[in-house]
Design a protein around this ligand. Sequence first.
Ligand code: FES
Ligand SMILES: [Fe+2]
Length: 432
Amino acid sequence: MSQSKATVEKEPFSWPRESETRVPYRVYLDPAVYDLEQERIYRGKTWSYLGLAAEVPNPGDFKSTFIGDTPVVLTRDKDGSLHSFVNRCAHRGAIVCRELTGNKAVHTCVYHQWAYEPSGKLVGVPFRRGLGGKGGYPADFKMEDHGLTTLRVDAMKGMVFATFDPATESLAEYLGPSMIENIERVMCRPIRVLGTTRQLMFGNWKLYSENTRDSYHGGLLHLFYPTFNIYRPMQESHTVMDARRWHNHFTVLKPTGTEGIEDYKSAKGMRVIDEKATLADPSVIEFKKDIGDRISLSIQSLFPSVVLQQILNALAVRHVVPRGPKEVELIWTFFGYEDDSEEMLTHRLKHGNLVGAAGYISMEDGEAVELVQRGIIRDEDESSFVEMGGLGAEDLDRVGSDENSIRGFWKAYREIMGFHPANTAKPAASAA
Ligand code: FES
Ligand SMILES: [Fe+2]
């Protein structure tokens, strides 16, 4: 870590003077930048997603996950409280918890069998006093000095987050009221977890983070959306961000007609919608208003790396897990409500076909991430162009032809990383 940090500091990183409207390709390629992200973003003053409280409902339940690329574990203690620890033995550094999920009163490291409670407290050290009066630890060895590294944990309506930095603001302050409003909307009643899928993409994690904030591509890359009138630009829709513009939320209301179809005939070279296309099973896009409002599409991206989504009746959390500068894993956790009828559960599972690695709507995103990663090779000093919709990152009464939320993401990124535009002594004032 320290070596790569030194590399970045030796060659100060000047962001292009156009600020958030240019993203230097170096940030998707350079291992030194990646290492600095782990330190400043994932171990800095941010809240990172761990999982859903419903994934660890009982005392002793646990889930292995990651903050950035650091392995961590989410646990529930015998008193019902939630904890998280870095998944690294306090003895000699081995991974302690090797399962993805399960239930354990005590986590025992396989190497020399040091044992820890779900809170991270060390409760067992074999041969601590030696064997036959020989060996063992010195008399001043104290169990309480050798627990696991624990993290600060907080939850918002069943979404559990943790932070490495004790000085990070509260989770509620970090998210802000406009983001909390949608979390409360989706998590409006007790949920039940339906399953998890994982996909590996050969691209930098930030390419996926941009993608979920990219309303420009939605109706273009994913032609399933406009073809079946799930989403077209010009439908009633909104883009809302928090006060700092770090997080964003897109909503689209269920269309009432065929608005926007003419826009698909406007640009040369544009792929044409097949207006005669039909589905063998139309129920795969039939929207049931189970949350109680007209919002049929809701994509909420929380900095740095989690997305809460509702696409028709498919509800899921997408956890973006960096795997080095050029790989990212996307973990989808699908859920419904505890009070779903059998019919609603079947319907929801069917809507799961819309999303995930091979989803009718989302499969192209993995390809788009990889296309960029392959396209930018060896050109670290060149930049992407992010001026659609202007220069700022303000809220909008639409979701469509703009890149406001992407600029919001880069604003957060630059502020936390300390990457300032060239020729300025401090971060440029936000255009928002
Ligand atoms: S490394 Fe875990 S007990 Fe030794
Ligand atoms: Fe997409």
